[in-house]
Design a protein around this ligand. Structure first.
Ligand code: NCD
Length: 304
């Protein structure tokens, strides 16, 4: 049994198999893969894409879902039940648990209480492994299509890099799993509002050894292949004020033509809608990939 608690929970070789499968998921042959399997979706924190793409993925494969999207308010958590008890009980009703929690480390803490695979769908400002899989899949796909260079990418992380679990998971995954997938990173630059630009120490440490890490005051858009934008993660700021400059159409046009602009969504003011028409805007393709990658991952985890 395999839990997915952080992006590196799957080995690079297994992730490569998930990607190959995700790329062929349009094929109807997969429709019954999860027949007779129930997946519980337990969300203690807001979600649109993650929950619904998981649900769509499960249904597309013929599986069933047990969904609680308001765990904080409507589960026995509101009566004082511990999360440990909840997971222990629910894992006896289903074949897999997808968990989103507001506390960093919740997935790792609760996994020992689950008798079925537990997938971390975001735990506080810690990790969001399945988002990192679909993000890396999107980059891999752009590379397979000949859009992105194969001899080393320059990435720019633009936004709340300190608190974004998607940045943490993707940055680490790129370094540890990218090479096996043929995705080589030359440099990662982190840019964002004062006090929020710098990624946490564990991320810098993971990156520092294998590629150039920089914190440019003014990013060099002309040399960037992938821009990864994130919204201010206000839920983790404890009232600290953050003023973030938006990634404008002008900045988008300063990128090379082949560059892609990514964002895990939801966006706020940091990514104006004017950028949507720019041929470099890939964030909706990226979110579409969410369902395919989650289908492939579930198939991989539950096929036995
Ligand atoms: C992200 C998250 O929840 O961390 N959203 C998502 O799952 N696509 C990004 C965010 O909320 O900023």
């Amino acid at each position: 049994m395999q839990h997915i608690l952080e992006a590196t929970s799957l080995s690079p070789e297994r992730l490569a198999r998930v990607f190959t499968r995700a790329a062929s998921m349009g094929n109807n042959g997969y429709r019954k893969m999860l027949r007779g399997k129930r997946v519980a979706l337990l969300f203690y924190q807001a979600s649109t894409r993650t929950r619904l793409s998981f649900e769509a993925a499960i249904k597309a494969l013929g599986g069933d879902t047990l969904t609680m999207s308001e765990m904080k308010q409507f589960s026995s958590n509101a009566k004082g039940e511990s999360d440990e008890d909840t997971i222990r009980v629910i894992s006896s009703y289903c074949h897999c648990i997808v968990l989103r929690h507001s506390r960093a480390g919740a997935a790792e803490r609760l996994a020992p209480y689950s008798r079925v695979p537990l997938i971390n769908a975001g735990d506080g400002n810690n990790e969001h492994p399945t988002q990192a899989y679909l993000d890396l899949f999107t980059i891999w796909q752009a590379m397979q299509a000949g859009r992105l260079p194969t001899n080393g990418l320059n990435l720019l992380f633009f936004g709340d890099n300190e608190n974004s679990r998607t940045v943490r998971s993707l940055a680490k995954l790129l370094v540890s799993h990218g090479p096996t997938l043929g995705v080589r990173v030359k440099s990662m630059a982190f840019c964002g509002p004062n006090g929020f630009a710098v990624p946490p120490e564990d991320v810098s440490a993971a990156i520092g050894h294998s590629c150039e890490l920089s914190l440019p005051a003014k990013p060099l858009y002309a040399g960037t292949d992938v821009v990864y934008i994130t919204r201010p993660q206000r839920e983790y700021h404890n009232g600290k004020k953050l003023v973030m400059m938006p990634f404008t159409e002008k900045m988008a046009n300063a990128l090379p033509e082949h560059a892609i602009i990514m964002h895990p969504l939801p966006r706020t003011d940091e990514l104006p809608v004017e950028v949507d028409a720019n041929p470099r805007a890939w964030y909706f393709t990226q979110s579409e990939n969410g369902m395919l990658v989650r289908m492939a991952l579930l198939w991989h985890l539950l096929q036995q």
